[in-house]
Design a protein around this ligand. Structure first.
Ligand SMILES: [Zn+2]
Length: 262
């Protein structure tokens, strides 16, 4: 009799063991990024996307502007736990109020957006938001979800120029989903706080955009690709920092930066 109980107990233990293994595997699968691609593939695609961008847009390379971007990026990246990319910030001469992230750490900022910003600290929180999209691989996810992971891989590794340009368009012009927008905001708010830049500047920027374009909010490129709803505005403008929080100015003459723009 007791032998039978032991046997049943062992069977039960084995079942629990299997369930435990299954769950740990399941959790591992959830934690691992399902949209991971090889670094070389991502770099090739990013180079292609960049070439494509340069066909349609003119980038501005001015040493003073580059050094301003350098100051901001250094402040941000030194406060990140891991930095996945060697970030490249491209300034595009265009009146669109827009910014977007491509692959492999390439971020594009339009002069129309820089003109719209009131301070270097505001630019820093926008860049922190774009870094959030990059670190969390949202662009790969967006493309893969739209055309399917298999098609994405075959286009990405096949090198067909026409399909690649379609892929580029998809990556830069379609909207992120709400979940990814919120994740990029959370990343930006946290990174801004760690970098001693007031995180509520993100909400202030959103409110200004909305006020300025209250009738045609959806026409704004930035909002078309980064859908903005009242939850995002509220969360970022109400973000709480500890009482001891004090912003450490970037010491950038913002009027001078705006005057540098063509
Ligand atoms: Zn976004």
């Amino acid at each position: 009799m007791s032998g039978k109980i032991w046997k049943e107990l062992l069977i039960l233990l084995a079942i629990f063991g299997l369930i435990w293994i299954a769950f740990s595997y399941y959790n591992y699968e959830i934690d691992a990024n399902p949209f991971a691609i090889k670094a070389e593939t991502e770099q090739e695609m990013a180079d292609f996307m960049n070439e494509y961008m340069l066909q349609d847009f003119e980038t501005i390379n001015q040493a003073p502007l580059d050094s301003v971007l350098g100051v901001i990026m250094t402040r941000l990246t030194t406060h990140m736990d891991t930095v996945s990319y060697d970030y490249q910030i491209h300034v595009i001469r265009d009146s669109q109020i827009n910014a977007f992230t491509s692959l492999n750490g390439n971020i594009y900022i339009f002069t129309g957006l820089i003109e719209e910003l009131g301070s270097a600290e505001e630019l820093a929180v926008i860049l922190a938001h774009e870094i959030g999209h990059a670190e969390q691989k949202h662009v790969i996810e967006k493309i893969a979800k739209t055309i399917g992971m298999e098609a994405f891989f075959s286009i990405a590794t096949g090198g067909d120029a026409v399909l690649m340009s379609e892929l580029t368009k998809l990556g830069i012009s379609t909207a992120f989903d709400r979940k990814n927008e919120e994740a990029a905001d959370d990343f930006a708010l946290e990174l801004a706080k760690k970098s001693k830049i007031n995180p509520r500047r993100l909400g202030q920027f959103f409110i200004r955009l909305k006020r300025k374009n209250s009738t045609a909010l959806d026409d704004l490129e930035f909002i078309r690709t980064h859908p903005l709803d009242s939850d995002r505005i509220q969360k970022s403008s109400d973000y709480k920092t500890p009482n001891s929080f004090k912003e450490k100015p970037l010491n950038i003459d913002w009027d001078q930066v705006q005057q540098m723009l063509p």
